[in-house]
Design a protein around this ligand. Structure first.
Ligand SMILES: Cc1cc2c(cc1C)N(C[C@H](O)[C@H](O)[C@H](O)COP(=O)(O)OP(=O)(O)OC[C@H]1O[C@@H](n3cnc4c(N)ncnc43)[C@H](O)[C@@H]1O)c1[nH]c(=O)[nH]c(=O)c1N2
Ligand SMILES: CC(C)CC(=O)C(=O)O
Ligand SMILES: [Mn+2]
Length: 492
């Protein structure tokens, strides 16, 4: 094990030595193929039962939930301990074989697709909750712990972990993609909620990004290595443990929906709610097309219009006042049909249906897969991007329901795509690119929460500029000089 300070020193040294070569950085080609000898050696490290070369298992690990075509790893390894992860990483590194960390495969940008083959590393067997510090509002989990299992475990403690990408993803996979979801407007994203990460580097070194055992809410101790790994998409190292923040389960929750004739009115309402300092837990936008898909798939009969789904969290006393203030703002902006979810079951049903929107949208085109977009802009620019996006969708004559984490200025179009339908695929790819460029021209980002993966590598250059990407590549070179970690992702 290495201390973080040693690691920082070695990175600084590495940085000095790579200054010249980094400009010519490119992911080195795979130098060794995965031979039976190589697989045999992996079996020795993790045991026979934890290595699979079967087609079914490789297929399961060669894709995520996105539209990107599968690319299968040569072999799948199931690790049972950090020591095994370290040995597997070092062995792949020594043999220059690609290593792709696999969480639960729910990503939306092709993050786990094994573009150059190699080893998919599945850590689902490492699924212990290592430590719960309820008085400090934090807990530490292994990489196989899933967010729903964590919240089930926490329920009786009065605490919860609010970051909620619709899918039941692994917490460490959520760290790797810097995930968020519907609660980010109140509780932040993974970036604000990770206190420490245990990481295995490709050369087998193990270190804790904030120092072993540290779990403070704040620190000014040097570079923020924790946030370097949040959003690193498996390209720097393997996250084998995460220490995350927890929150008290709110005493009372109110969910509500309301409707608007224009996108501008809906967004103005949201901006005014935030300006009033009302601490909303969820502020979600669904356009009329999305409500239509929502009604069909989840058997609702909601008014088909641009809509806001809202949720309030807080002490019972005072929450009704917050609701009344929001009601006034909705009405002042020509909103209508404000309705509260009648009970807990109805509230759960509403949010389940919202999280299942991706399936509601793919149900519009039988046999399709979702092609999702993820533009995020400063909220005042949101109406312009959404309105222009709706024009692009309608001009192209494709289906494209829109949902948005509007309180964060983040929205998605879910295009249901039949991959054989090349004409629609081309149109959608074109709209998706134009939307992202429009977002970038309005001070936004091409991805608020799904990551760069495969689909947004060119856009990353436009977003950060040549020097920004070059610096990122230098960081990558320092951690992963042989380019074995998830090659072909993030960078072109
Ligand atoms: C229906 C639905 C709805 C949503 C979403 C998905 C789906 C299917 N998502 C996407 C979600 O964020 C994403 O699925 C998870 O963050 C990824 O977690 P997995 O465990 O599935 O990682 P997955 O296995 O998909 O891997 C994702 C990336 O992380 C890397 N990785 C995984 N585990 C790692 C580890 N231990 N160490 C290092 N690298 C690792 C992988 O190599 C890959 O590059 C989302 N997201 C969001 O932010 N907001 C949302 O609203 C939604 N909504
Ligand atoms: C398929 C995605 C667009 C899912 C997502 O991020 C969401 O529903 O908010
Ligand atoms: Mn989302």
């Amino acid at each position: 094990m290495y201390s973080s300070v040693n690691l920082l020193r070695s990175l600084t040294r590495a940085h000095k030595t790579i200054q010249v070569v980094a400009r010519n950085y490119s992911v080195p080609a795979k130098q060794a193929s995965v031979t039976s000898t190589f697989v045999g050696a992996l079996r020795k490290i993790v045991g026979d039962q934890n290595v699979s070369t079967s087609d079914a298992v490789r297929e399961q690990h060669g894709h995520d939930e996105s539209h990107h075509a599968s690319s299968l790893p040569d072999v799948v390894v199931f690790a049972e301990s950090v020591e095994q992860v370290s040995q597997v990483a070092k062995f792949c590194n020594d043999n220059r074989v690609p290593l792709i960390p696999f969480g639960s495969g729910t990503g939306l940008e092709g993050g786990v697709n094994a573009l150059e083959g190699g080893v998919a590393l599945n850590m689902n067997k490492m699924n212990k909750i290592v430590e719960l510090n309820s008085q400090d509002f934090d807990c530490t989990v292994q990489p196989g712990v899933m967010r729903i299992a964590l919240n089930t475990f926490l329920r009786d403690t009065g605490l919860w972990f609010p970051i909620d990408p619709g899918a039941d993803a692994s917490i460490c996979g959520m760290c790797a993609t810097s995930a968020s979801g519907t609660n980010a407007v109140r509780y932040g994203t993974m970036r604000e909620n990770v206190l420490n990460l245990q990481v295995v580097l490709p050369d087998g070194r193990v270190f804790d990004t904030a120092g072993k055992g540290r779990r403070t809410k704040k620190t000014s101790a040097g570079y923020n290595l924790t946030n370097l790994f949040v959003g690193s998409e498996g390209t720097l190292g393997i996250i084998t443990q995460a220490t995350i923040r927890l929150y008290g389960i709110p005493e009372k929750t109110i969910a509500a929906v309301c409707h608007f004739n224009s996108v501008q009115d809906a967004v103005d309402t949201v901006v005014q709610i935030l300006q009033c300092g009302i601490p909303m837990a969820k502020l979600e936008f669904l356009d009329d097309t999305a409500i239509n898909a929502f009604n069909k798939y989840s058997k609702y009969n909601m008014t088909v219009a641009n809509s806001l789904f809202l949720e309030f969290h807080g002490p019972a006393q005072g929450l009704e006042d917050q609701f009344d203030a929001v009601k006034e703002l909705v009405e002042a902006n020509n909103g209508f049909g404000l309705q509260v979810a009648s009970d807990v079951d109805e509230r759960t049903r509403l949010w389940k249906a919202r999280h299942e929107m991706v399936y509601a949208c793919t149900a519009l085109v039988p046999g399709s897969r979702p092609y999702s977009t993820d533009v995020c802009v400063p909220i005042s620019n949101l109406p312009e991007v959404i309105i222009k996006t709706k024009e692009m969708i309608s001009e192209a004559g494709v289906q494209g329901p829109i949902v948005g984490h509007v309180g964060d200025g983040n929205f998605h179009v879910f295009f249901p795509i039949d991959r054989e339908d090349k004409e629609t695929l081309n149109k959608v790819t074109d709209i998706s690119k134009r939307m992202a460029l429009l977002g970038l021209s309005l001070n936004g980002t091409c991805t608020g929460e799904h990551g760069i993966g495969l689909g947004k590598r060119e856009l990353l250059i436009k977003e950060l500029g040549e020097h920004g990407v070059e610096v990122m590549k230098q960081v990558k070179q320092a951690f992963d000089p042989n380019g074995i970690m998830n090659p072909g992702k993030v960078f072109v």
